[in-house]
Design a protein around this ligand. Structure first.
Ligand code: ATP
Length: 244
């Protein structure tokens, strides 16, 4: 996969000194990261490292300390709805589709805060071009599709919100490797259109193979960061996470 130019201009997302946890039990410790426009950034780490907790803090579901700035806007005082409104869109772990609705209605739900009808119609067609499988299945009930198709539907629904930053939690979970690789190729295509992605993955090899840069988390801290290529080549990362 060809890497896009990295670190274009100002950081789109700037997180610094982030802390947070559950019921007084700290999970995140002084987490700092930056994401630049049109990058795919992988956030990787083993089970329980705190990746989902970090996403919850970013999307404002979880109380936190520290700073989260998206395109110049301070997200910390915002509700999850307000953060969504300024373009922080999450594709949740386990897809969480509206199972009894059609594919098309799920996609349109993604655009529920938008009022630009012509642009919504254009984006819907764009989704069907990006995901031809969804185009064939646009009238199918979402809950009746395969796991891979449901993941495509969840990603397309997220994109229909016209995100400033699309955060995808465990994209490859439960999917055959070949499907997960196809989804990585879709991410490269949407990056080429200027979309910025934070990809949270337990499958570290997959995530780093498609990302521009990566952050490795361990017990709530960022322990490694760098270009995806440097991380794949880092002997410590290889030994600890890639079993190499
Ligand atoms: P996984 O890939 O397994 O989801 P993760 O890196 O996303 O792992 P988190 O789910 O963020 O990790 O969990 C980080 C820590 O926070 C773990 O110790 C976990 O037990 C704890 N934790 C997660 N959710 C809750 C919760 N709702 N209440 C209390 N503790 C939680």
């Amino acid at each position: 996969m060809t890497a896009a130019p990295q670190k274009n201009g100002e950081a789109l997302l700037k997180v610094s000194g982030l802390g947070g946890g559950y019921g007084g039990m700290p999970v995140l410790h002084d987490v700092s990261l930056e994401i630049f426009p049109a990058e795919i950034v992988a956030l990787v780490g083993s089970n329980g490292a705190g990746k989902t907790t970090l996403l919850r803090a970013l999307s404002r579901v979880l109380a936190c300390t520290g700073q989260i700035v998206l395109k110049g806007k301070n997200l910390v005082p915002m509700t999850p709805d307000q953060a969504f409104g300024v373009g922080l869109v999450q594709v949740p772990e386990g897809r969480q589709l509206f199972d009894r609705m059609t594919v098309q209605d799920n996609l349109l739900m993604g655009a529920f805060q938008r009022s630009d009808k012509a642009a919504i119609a254009r984006d819907l067609e764009r989704m069907y071009t990006l995901f031809p499988r969804l185009s064939e299945r646009r009238r199918q009930i979402a809950g009746s599709m395969s796991g891979g198709e449901q993941q495509m539907c969840a990603m397309a629904r997220g994109l229909m919100a016209a995100p400033v930053l699309l955060m995808i939690d465990e994209m490859s979970l439960g999917l055959a490797p070949v499907i997960a690789e196809q989804l990585m190729e879709v991410l490269a295509a949407i990056r080429a259109e200027g979309v910025t992605v934070l990809l949270v993955e337990q499958d570290i090899h997959l995530a780093l193979s498609g990302a521009d840069r990566g952050y490795v988390m361990e017990t709530g801290r960022i322990v490694h960061s760098g270009s995806a290529k440097d991380l794949i080549d880092d002997p410590e990362v290889r030994r600890a996470y890639l079993g190499l």
